[in-house]
Write a protein that binds this ligand. Structure first.
Ligand SMILES: [Zn+2]
Length: 71
């Protein structure tokens, strides 16, 4: 089995469309990845992603949704 198929998702909306924030978005280039801070393109917010080992976990998360994630 090969690794690297990691799912990182936004804890607010579950979107996988997250990336390191740009300077304009309040990110500090090079440090966001280290700090684990990402930017969700859907929420347009900085978020700390939830990491899943596989798609199954991710799907489960989507299904259980907001119950588990009360911010
Ligand atoms: Zn989001």
């Amino acid at each position: 089995m090969s690794s690297g198929k990691e799912f990182k998702a936004c804890p607010r909306c579950g979107s996988l469309r997250i990336r390191a924030p740009s300077l304009r978005e309040g990110g500090i280039p090079g440090t966001s990845e280290i700090a684990g801070i990402y930017y969700c393109e859907k929420c347009r917010k900085k978020i700390v992603p939830v990491v899943f080992d596989d798609e199954k976990q991710y799907k489960k998360f989507l299904k259980e949704g907001d119950k588990a994630l009360n911010f």
